[in-house]
Design a protein around this ligand. Structure first.
Ligand code: FAD
Ligand code: NA
Length: 392
């Protein structure tokens, strides 16, 4: 059927990593990747904006970070990384504060000069007023973790906008901890390594699959029976790695898994710099967007190639996804978890299909975790399946 030893559905980081591993470890194996989109890279795809030279992350800001030596060594085979260090600011009540909540945020918010010990004592005292409260919802939980003033300023309305839901109606389990730092360190990630791919995400991804035994077909939907590489034609005849939505694969037989999505509104400003930083959150309820991304700031090392008369900003609006929207973050209620487990049970009836990636596993994975799980899935599932079929 397929002119390949393995068909991969989805050219995101999971599918690309599997493809790369297959041709590396199997000297004759051929791989065919299909993707319904018109580009590789899945949600980590980016492109260069003609007017400003900024690298736009089409599906939302993507910052690479990891503490996994295995993953860091692997990705460095295909790209080097800039020394970008991620930092985020937030606007609350007409003032800009640093995030994550740290000693700088606290002292600015309380107009104080607390030492780390004094700030810690204050937060403990404010949180302590709710020590006996058994949190019934996210609102109670937030107050219990960091006290009412900081929770209400920086967490409450931002979370409400993210979920389009009053935090009093959200389960307490959404936030287990709200880290507060008692130093002025506002480096966002704590991982050992972070940075951005030196010549962009897409160049990195192209190098991963730069091999004549890997074929890519774009604009191809696995469920479109009018084209040759579709589910009905392939399943049971060739090993498949499927990284699309798991409920879609099974025809939604057990119900739909719920996702949140993000709408982006692009605004161009005729100025060099609009925010002075890459990410500005908006903590207040009266601003409808959750945050704004000014892409050129992700790559200050490209200043020579970027416009200084114009800049491009994307404002993000979070909402629940319908079936035709891009699924971004799993909602993951108890009902969703139960539904996912039903699909998980159906997988055993499909011995020639490996389900992977964030859509195939109904989970949020950072890029490093996607690559890590693909490296493991190659070893544990794909290699044995391929061996069996290559010998058959
Ligand atoms: P995807 O990238 O979603 O790839 C799956 C592919 O399958 C898609 O290209 C899709 O078109 C294709 N597909 C689906 N159905 C079909 C079909 N029927 N037929 C053909 N093809 C199909 N990670 C970080 O490390 N740092 C970040 O800062 C970060 N920010 C993020 C921000 C947002 C808004 C989101 C949503 C994610 C972010 N991530 C970040 C996570 C990162 O995007 C994922 O780790 C990664 O994209 C997962 O790769 P994947 O291959 O599992 O899925
Ligand atoms: Na299977």
């Amino acid at each position: 059927v397929a002119n390949a030893d393995l068909v991969i559905v989805g050219a995101g980081l999971f599918g690309l990593t599997i493809a790369q591993q297959v041709v590396e470890h199997n000297p004759t194996a051929r791989v065919h990747i299909i993707d319904v989109r018109n580009h590789i890279g899945g949600n980590a795809y980016s492109y260069f904006d003609e007017q400003t030279g900024a690298e736009i992350h089409k599906y939302g800001a993507h910052l690479f970070h990891t503490s996994s030596k295995r993953v860091w060594d692997y990705v460095n085979r295909f790209t080097t990384f800039t020394n970008y260090v991620h930092r985020v600011y937030t606007t609350h009540n007409g003032e800009v504060f640093p995030l994550p909540i740290n000693l700088g945020t606290i002292n600015q918010f309380f107009h104080a000069a607390y030492t780390p010990a004094q700030a810690k004592a204050l937060i403990e005292q404010q949180a302590g007023e709710y020590a006996d409260v058994d949190p019934q919802n996210l609102n109670d939980q937030g107050i219990k973790l960091i006290g009412k003033p900081l929770y209400e300023a920086f967490i409450k309305n931002y979370t409400a906008k993210q979920w389009q839901t009053d935090p009093e109606q959200l389960p307490a389990t959404i936030i287990r901890r709200l880290p507060v730092r008692f130093t002025y360190n506002n480096r966002y990630f704590k991982d050992t390594w972070e940075g951005l791919p030196i010549d962009g995400y897409t160049a990195w991804f192209q190098r991963m699959i730069d091999n004549p035994r890997i074929e890519v077909s774009l604009g191809v939907d696995f469920f479109d029976t009018s084209q040759p590489l579709n589910k009905a034609a392939l399943v049971g005849k060739v090993p498949i790695v499927y990284t699309g939505p798991i409920d879609r694969y099974f025809g939604y037989s057990e119900g739909e898994l719920k996702w949140r999505t993000v709408d982006f509104k692009e605004v161009r400003y005729a100025e060099d710099d609009h925010f002075g930083c890459p990410v500005m959150n908006y903590a207040d309820a009266d601003v409808p967007y959750t945050r704004a991304i000014e892409f050129k700031h992700f790559n200050p090392e490209r200043a020579d190639k970027q416009s200084h008369d114009n800049t491009v900003v994307w404002y993000e609006y979070s909402r629940f996804a319908g079936r035709d929207d891009d699924p971004y973050y799993p909602v993951n209620t108890d009902a969703d978890k139960a539904t996912y487990n039903k699909y998980k049970n159906l997988e055993s009836a499909e011995p020639q299909v490996v389900f992977g990636g964030r859509l195939g596993q109904y989970a949020y994975f950072d890029m490093w975790a996607t690559i890590d799980s693909a490296l493991t899935a190659y070893e544990e599932q794909v290699a044995p399946l391929l061996k069996e079929s290559l010998n058959a």
